[in-house]
Design a protein around this ligand. Structure first.
Ligand code: IYR
Length: 226
């Protein structure tokens, strides 16, 4: 897409709320997102595809460097492809847990109880492979460089996770490393780097999550008012 002068339009969709309503809306939003937990035990209950599509549309509204939207999402529901992804991921994960991970890293993971077995990659109805596009390729072969693709794709993924949670679905942010195998299995070009694999579905009926807490606000923010 060549950069041209954009026409501008009025900010017609912006909404201002009275401060009290702002507080109420934010309190309700916080209460909702604060219930989100990363889930590692999924049900195989199906989820209609349009639900995932709408969540992806929400993800596609993320801000991005020069509005180049440097992401691509592959939604996998086919059992054969899920099995191939599981097999490839478990191969990498075994290497990770048995050799690659430092003692320090394994200690940090211990409270989560994770290991190299990834049954959820086959159980959950959807795997969404998120790819970061380093550049776009035009039909005439010219390349359009992307700016801040990591930040942009991270922002889009955050919105996707929040949208799916809002819909009442559970997600697991899975990062097998390295995950080049996703390009091969999913037929994505070299210009795309696998960013992460999002597991999506209903939690298993007996799903449990680690008893962990989130940092209080004052531990992760500071205010500079002068
Ligand atoms: N990718 C491995 C290890 C892992 C790493 C982090 I950082 C986590 O927060 C959780 C797991 C795995 O998926 O098991």
């Amino acid at each position: 897409m060549p950069v041209t002068d954009y026409a501008t339009v009025p900010l017609a969709d912006y909404r201002e709320y009275p401060i009290e309503e702002m507080r109420e809306r934010l309190a309700a939003f916080y209460e909702d997102v604060n219930r989100r937990r990363t889930v590692r035990e999924f049900s195989d209950r199906p989820v209609p595809r349009d639900i995932v599509e709408t969540a992806l549309k929400a993800a596609g509204t993320a801000p991005s460097g020069a509005n180049l939207q440097p992401w691509h999402f592959v939604v996998v529901s086919g059992p054969d492809t899920k099995r191939r992804i599981r097999e490839a991921a478990e191969l990498e994960e075994r290497e990770f847990y048995e050799h690659r991970a430092s003692e320090e890293w394994l200690e940090a993971l211990a409270p989560l109880g994770t290991d190299s077995d990834k049954p959820f990659l086959e159980t959950a109805p959807y795997l969404i492979a998120v790819f970061l596009k380093k550049f776009d390729e035009l039909e005439d072969g010219r390349k359009v460089k992307h700016y801040y693709p990591t930040e942009s794709t991270g922002l889009a993924t955050g919105i996707l996770i929040t949208a799916l949670h809002h819909a009442g679905l559970a997600t697991l942010t899975h990062t097998p490393s390295p995950m080049k195998f996703l390009n091969e299995i999913l037929g994505r070009p070299k210009s795309e780097r696998p960013f992460l694999l999002l597991v999506v579905g209903y939690p298993a009926d007996d799903a449990e999550v680690p008893d962990i807490t989130r940092k209080p606000l004052e531990d992760f923010t500071s205010f500079v008012a002068e």
